[in-house]
Design a protein around this ligand. Structure first.
Ligand code: PBG
Length: 324
């Protein structure tokens, strides 16, 4: 045998020398769940280690994250039922605790990157990402609502707008609204290929945001489709997206790969709540080793083509990264 691939694996230094993929804390975005007022920190059953937090607790979590090199966050509000209505009007309410949190976070931590969620579901009495009429999700009726929501977030100081709603044309619509108001440098990370997935369950539990009726299949993508993701990618690119996202991540690594091949934009992958829950459950049972399985999972997403990963593991990954 002249060819022995094992020679390039013979010790740690050589393995590092030929290592093809490197994942750093700077590639990660850490999702945070915000509570109104001064409510105490709440554990989420299906997301062990993740909490709904009031703004003060959130400050501590951001501080601890920044200390290990996690400086990018995506913020989600747990909106009390009493604020929800047909048009998600609370999303632009002057007293909105989410917008206030954005202002305060950016003031306290000017160096962080803060990303928002744009979709009606956390604020909608129907629990859908778009406007519902007679059981139908109306695309074009939803766009101005999303535009106003994005503008309010930009005005509060958000760095990256994250439209997660899957309405047609929303990236361009939001881009136009932002530009017309002078927010030329507010980025858009589009949830480009967001699938109608069972893996969002724990997230909807965390935000009490599950649809009151029906499912999200008329706007989120069919898990059977990959080529269709390229249509979405072309549209979002033409409409001015700065990043294209695939969501969920683990069951959709072929889609991540396809988008990376297809596009010159940075590709993001959302390692969603159900994927976190799955690994945590196996680790709690002692069936998997957390410190080995977790970084392997995230590295694999990078190898598949994700430049950026949104993950509930962000802080733990960074802690491990510095120990090595
Ligand atoms: C809402 C939204 C969802 C997630 C992010 N934004 C849920 C959904 O579409 O029902 C899921 C994130 C996760 O599961 O971690 N538009």
């Amino acid at each position: 045998m002249r060819v022995r691939p094992r020679r390039n694996r013979k010790n740690e230094l050589i393995r590092k020398m030929v290592e093809e993929t490197v994942l750093r804390p700077a590639n990660l975005i850490y999702p945070l769940f915000l509570l109104e007022g001064d409510l105490e920190k709440q554990a989420i059953d299906s997301l062990p280690g993740i909490f709904r937090m009031n703004l003060n607790d959130l400050f501590l979590e951001v501080e601890a994250s920044v200390a290990v090199g996690i400086c990018s966050f995506v913020l989600f509000p747990a909106v009390p039922e009493k604020y929800k209505d047909k048009t998600a009007s609370y999303s632009v309410n002057a007293a909105n605790f989410y917008l206030e949190a954005i202002r305060q976070l950016k003031q306290k931590f000017p160096q962080i990157i803060l990303m928002s969620d744009v979709a009606m579901d956390p604020y909608s009495s129907d629990g859908h990402d778009g406007y519902v009429e007679n059981g139908e999700i109306l695309n074009d009726r939803t766009l101005p609502i999303l535009g106003d929501m994005a503008l309010a977030q930009a005005q509060a100081g958000i760095d990256i707008i994250g439209p997660s709603d899957m309405m047609d044309g929303r990236v361009g619509f939001i881009r136009d609204v932002l530009d017309s108001k002078g927010f030329l440098n507010t980025s858009i990370m589009s949830y480009t290929a967001k699938y109608a997935s069972a893996f969002y369950g724990p997230f909807r539990q965390a935000l009490y945001s599950a649809p009151k009726a029906g499912d999200k299949k008329t706007y989120q993508m069919n898990p059977a489709n990959k080529t269709e993701a390229l249509i979405e990618a072309d549209l979002d690119t033409a409409e001015g997206a700065d990043f294209l996202m695939v969501k969920p991540a683990l069951c959709y690594m072929d889609v991540i790969h396809a988008l990376k091949q297809h596009s010159n934009l940075p590709i993001a992958a959302y390692n969603v709540s159900g994927e976190y829950a799955m690994l945590m459950a196996a680790c709690e049972k002692g069936w998997l080793d957390y410190n080995l399985a977790m970084p392997e999972m995230l590295l694999s997403l990078k190898r598949a083509g994700a430049d950026v990963i949104l993950t509930y593991f962000a802080k733990d990954f960074a802690q491990l990264y510095h120990q090595k």
